[in-house]
Ligand binder design. Structure first.
Ligand SMILES: [Zn+2]
Length: 630
C-alpha cells in the first residue's frame, strides 16, 4: 500500500513539474514574441526551423527516399527596407514586381513572421545573397529540406508528392502546427503518413538591431529548440522489383498498372502505374510549365491506375465463379459441359473464342478459358451466390491499402440491377456477361492482385499494405503496424481445382508467355472489353505454386489480349523475384542492403523474406508459341 502511495505521489510530482515547465516555456515564448513585436528598438526574433521528414527504406533495408538541403530566402516584412527590395530582386534575378507581391502577401499574413519568398536557391545565388545580407535587413537564408529521390525507380504514385499549404488550408491546419511556408503530403505515402513523416519544428532565437539587421544568436542559443526529424518508414516494397516493374510497364508504351503482393503477409512488393512523372518537378519549388503539362495531359499521369482504374476483369474472374460453383455444389470438378463453340440464350448467340472446345471439365475450362462452360455455370450458380463470393474475396469494396484515393470497383448484385433498371425489369441475360467477367463488373489491379494472393495462400485474405512499420524518432524504437486478415470459408479442394486450372493456363493454355524456367507458375489471362477502343489486357498469377512468394496483377490498357502483353511482364517479375535472376542489373546491391539492414534494426523481423540468390536459371529457353486466344 505504501509502495502504491509513493508511486502515486511520485507521478503527481512529475506531472506538476511537467506543467510548471510547460507554463514557464509558454510565458518565455510569449515574452520573446512581445520583444520581437517591438522590434523597432532592437530585439530578439524567433525563426521557425523545419524538421527533416522521415526517410523510407525498402524491405531489404535499402534507403529509397531521403532528404537533401533546400535553401530558401525568407523575409520579415516589418524589418525590411523599401530600398532593399530592388537589391534582393536583383540578386535573385527575379522581377521586382513579383518579389513585391510576395512580400505583400507575407505582410498580410504577418508583418513580424519570417515568410518564404524564394525557394530552392542554387549555390551561386546563395553565395551572392549571403555576401549582401548586411545590407538586407529582414532577409534571412534558411537551410530547409527537400526530398532526394532514389535513382533506382520513379515511385511517383507510391511516394506521392508534397504541396505548399495554401492560405485556405491554413484555417484548419494552423491548429495542427502548420505555418504558411510549410509543405504537406498531398498524395501517396507522403499523404497517408504525413503525421509521422513531418516531425516537429524547431525554433531559433536571434538578436537584431533596431534596423532589423542580424546581430547574432540570442543568449548563445540556449533557448533554441531543436527540430525533431520525422519517423522513418519501412516499406514492404522490393526496390529492385519495383524498378523492374516500372521499366517493363514503361516499355509497353501504353498506360497500365502492375501490383505485386507477398501472399503470406499482404505486403506490396511492387506497385506502379503508367504514365508516371518525375517527382522532382514538384520538389522544392514547382517547375510550373512541366507541372501544367502533367496536370493537363490526356494520358492522365496523375491517375494511379493500380488502385483507381476499374475495368471488367474479363476471364480472370472465371476463377471466382469456379470457386463459388464448387463451394455451392453447383458442379463437381469432374462434371463436364459440352462447348460447340457458341451458347444460345434469350434468343441471342454468344460465341466462344477459338472455335469449339468440345467436352470440358473445370480444370480444362479454366486452362482454355472456355466461355460456354462459364456462361452455363453462371446460370447454375445465380447472381446472389456469385455476388456473395465476390464480396467474400473483397470485390466491390476498398482493399484498405495505405494509399489515398483507392476505388471500390463495382460488384453487381440483384439490388444493383433493381436500382439501375427497376425491379423485375431486367433479365438473366445480364448474368451471361458476368459469367465471363464482362458487363457491369469492375475491378482494380490491386483487387485482382490480392485475389491472386488469396488463392495462392489457400484463402487467407490480407489487407494489402506498403508500410510494415516505422521507427519512432523520439524513442528510437521500431513500431510494427498491424493489418487486418481473415480466413475465408472456402475448402482446400476448391483451391486445388482452381490452381490446377491456373497451372494449365501457363503450361499449355492462354498464358504460356508467363512460363519461367524452374518455377511453377499459376496464372489467368483476361481481356476487359473496352467500348471506347482496343480492349485492356489483364494477367494475374502467383508463383511458385507449392510455396507462393509473389502474386501479381498486370493491366495494360488498349493492348488487346492479356496473354501476349501482360503475361510476359509477370514472367520477368517472377523470374527476378523467385529465381533471383538479373539481381544487380537494376542497380540493386546485396552487400549494400545487408549492411544497411544491420544498421537499421534487429526488430525488423516481420516482412523480410528469406530469398535464395543461388538458383539462377536461364529463361531464354522458355518457349513463346502462339496463344490460342482468350
Ligand atoms: Zn468453349
Amino acid at each position: 500500500m505504501d509502495k502504491l502511495q509513493r508511486g502515486v505521489k511520485g507521478v503527481s510530482i512529475a506531472i506538476i513539474a511537467l506543467f510548471m515547465f510547460i507554463y514557464g516555456r509558454l510565458a518565455w515564448l510569449q515574452l520573446v514574441e512581445q520583444e520581437s513585436l517591438g522590434s523597432k528598438s532592437g530585439s530578439v526574433r524567433r525563426i521557425w526551423m523545419q524538421a527533416p521528414r522521415g526517410n523510407f527504406f525498402d524491405r531489404n533495408g535499402q534507403l529509397i527516399l531521403e532528404n537533401r538541403a533546400l535553401y530558401t530566402v525568407k523575409v520579415i516584412p516589418s524589418e525590411m527596407h523599401e530600398s532593399s527590395v530592388n537589391l534582393l530582386a536583383y540578386l535573385l534575378e527575379m522581377p521586382v514586381d513579383e518579389l513585391k507581391q510576395s512580400i505583400d502577401e507575407a505582410r498580410n499574413f504577418s508583418p513580424f513572421a519570417a515568410s518564404t519568398v524564394y525557394r530552392d536557391l542554387d549555390e551561386v545565388s546563395m553565395a551572392r545573397i549571403s555576401e549582401n545580407l548586411w545590407q538586407l535587413p529582414g532577409v534571412t537564408i534558411e537551410v530547409e529540406n527537400k526530398r532526394k529521390y532514389n535513382n533506382l525507380f520513379t515511385g511517383t504514385h507510391l511516394f506521392g508528392y508534397l504541396r505548399g499549404v495554401t492560405t485556405g488550408q491554413l484555417d484548419t491546419l494552423a491548429e495542427r502546427g502548420y505555418g504558411r511556408d510549410d509543405k504537406i503530403g498531398s498524395t501517396g505515402l507522403e499523404r497517408i503518413y504525413e503525421d509521422r513523416l513531418r516531425g516537429e519544428k524547431g525554433a531559433r532565437f536571434e538578436l537584431v538591431n533596431p534596423l532589423g539587421v542580424l546581430k547574432g544568436e540570442y543568449d548563445k542559443g540556449k533557448h533554441d529548440i531543436a527540430s525533431v526529424k520525422g519517423d522513418d518508414m519501412y516499406l514492404t516494397v522490393d526496390a529492385g522489383l519495383q524498378s523492374l516493374a516500372e521499366k517493363l510497364l514503361r516499355q509497353t508504351g501504353k498506360s497500365g498498372a502492375v501490383v505485386a503482393i507477398d501472399p503470406a503477409t499482404g505486403g506490396i512488393l511492387a506497385i506502379c502505374s503508367e504514365p508516371d512523372f518525375d517527382l522532382d518537378i514538384l520538389n522544392g519549388s514547382t517547375r510550373k510549365q512541366e507541372w501544367a503539362d502533367i496536370a493537363l495531359s490526356p494520358r492522365k499521369p496523375l491517375f494511379n491506375r493500380a488502385i483507381q482504374a476499374a475495368y471488367p476483369p474479363g476471364s480472370t474472374y472465371k476463377l471466382l465463379l469456379s470457386i463459388a460453383a464448387l463451394e455451392e455444389g453447383a458442379i463437381t470438378p469432374e462434371q463436364t459441359i459440352y462447348c460447340p463453340g457458341y451458347f444460345e440464350f434469350g434468343g441471342r448467340k454468344f460465341k466462344c473464342h477459338g472455335g469449339a472446345h468440345g467436352t470440358v471439365n473445370m480444370t480444362k475450362a479454366i486452362t482454355v478459358s472456355c466461355n460456354v462452360y462459364f456462361y452455363k455455370l453462371m446460370l447454375q450458380v445465380g447472381l446472389e451466390k456469385w455476388h456473395d463470393y465476390g464480396e467474400m474475396f473483397g470485390f466491390g469494396d476498398r482493399e484498405g491499402i495505405d494509399l489515398p484515393g483507392e476505388k471500390r470497383g463495382v460488384l453487381p448484385s440483384t439490388a444493383y440491377y433493381d436500382r439501375r433498371l427497376g425491379a423485375g425489369r431486367w433479365t438473366k441475360g445480364y448474368l451471361v456477361s458476368l459469367g465471363i467477367g464482362q458487363g457491369e463488373l469492375n475491378t482494380t489491379p490491386l483487387q485482382l492482385a490480392n485475389f491472386a494472393a488469396t488463392i495462392a495462400n489457400n484463402g487467407t485474405w490480407h489487407q494489402p499494405h506498403l508500410v510494415s512499420g516505422y521507427r519512432d524518432t523520439r524513442s528510437g524504437t521500431y513500431v510494427p503496424l498491424n493489418y487486418e486478415e481473415r480466413k475465408l470459408s472456402v475448402s482446400q479442394r476448391s483451391f486445388d481445382v482452381v490452381k490446377a486450372g491456373m497451372q494449365g493456363v501457363v503450361l499449355q493454355g492462354t498464358g504460356t508467355l508467363a512460363r519461367v524456367a524452374g518455377v511453377t507458375v499459376a496464372g489467368k489471362t483476361g481481356t476487359a472489353q473496352n467500348p471506347h477502343g482496343q480492349d485492356h489486357a489483364w494477367f494475374i498469377c502467383f508463383a511458385p505454386i507449392e510455396n507462393p512468394k509473389i502474386a501479381i496483377a498486370v493491366l495494360v490498357e488498349n493492348a488487346g489480349f492479356g496473354g501476349s502483353v501482360s503475361a510476359p511482364i509477370a514472367r520477368e517479375l517472377i523470374n527476378y523475384y523467385v529465381n533471383g535472376k538479373s539481381r544487380g542489373e537494376n542497380g540493386y546491391s546485396d552487400t549494400k542492403a545487408v549492411s544497411t539492414i544491420k544498421a537499421v534494426s534487429d526488430s525488423l523481423s516481420s516482412e523480410r523474406p528469406a530469398k535464395s540468390h543461388a538458383t539462377v536459371v536461364d529463361s531464354s529457353r522458355v518457349t513463346t508459341e502462339e496463344d490460342p486466344g482468350d
